[in-house]
Design a protein around this ligand. Structure first.
Ligand SMILES: [Zn+2]
Length: 213
């Protein structure tokens, strides 16, 4: 954990958008711009992907590159988010939550069924949000272009045996994570609609996205 607050003032932001629980948000973030994701009411999960704006079909966020290059499975202030081409896409510059996951993946119809119950399969999921978003985006992306994602604000400790345990969140109302784009990127964020695990406190709530120039 590397807690750090930001100097950036939301009243001077270029863009502020509240994303209701279960919705998705997509935006282009230019090199040098900052993106802050605010966990407005606390205990929410922001399932996040980044694509290179210049070549979204071939360069995207890579959980494997990010965790192996930094030798740490958790993300916090100072973490560089790498692409599958080995380039730094963004750097986390502030973090008031302290722990973010990139191993747990996005919730999906299949995971709902496996983890919870057969009748949970049709429930709304982040994977469905990602697929809807890329289809509507006009960037030419397909379902092959949905790699392993980041789960900002999600607490998924790695156990001693190498397993994952989805735990009650350590985030709280107003906590945020902020990053600086090191290249022009497309951000795609699913505000997790999951009702079956503690990552969203069984009660999904809004996120706010703030961009500074
Ligand atoms: Zn989800």
């Amino acid at each position: 954990m590397n807690l750090k607050t930001s100097e950036l003032d939301p009243t001077t932001a270029l863009q502020r958008t509240v994303v209701p629980a279960g919705d998705w948000w997509m935006a282009e973030i230019r090199r040098g711009q900052h993106l802050r994701i605010v966990d407005v009411e606390g205990n929410e999960a922001a399932d996040t992907l980044f694509y290179s704006l210049s070549d979204p079909r071939h360069e995207h966020y890579s959980a494997v590159d990010t965790t192996t290059r930094q030798g740490n499975v958790y993300l916090t202030t100072g973490t560089q988010l790498y692409s599958n081409q080995g380039q730094v896409m963004l750097t986390i510059t502030a973090d008031t939550c302290g722990r973010h996951d990139t191993l747990g993946g996005a919730c999906s119809a299949e995971a709902n069924q496996m983890r919870y119950a057969l009748e949970k399969k049709p429930m709304h999921s982040c994977r469905d949000n990602f697929l809807h978003a890329i289809q509507e985006s006009g960037y030419g992306l397909t379902k092959r272009d949905v790699p392993s994602n980041i789960n900002f604000f999600m607490n998924v400790p790695l156990t001693g045996e190498g397993g994952l345990s989805f735990q009650d969140g350590i985030s709280g109302p107003g906590k945020y994570v902020e990053m600086r784009a090191e290249m022009d990127v497309i951000a795609l964020i699913s505000n997790c609609p999951q009702l079956n695990n503690p990552c969203s406190g069984f009660n999904p709530t809004p996120l706010e996205m703030i961009i500074w120039d």
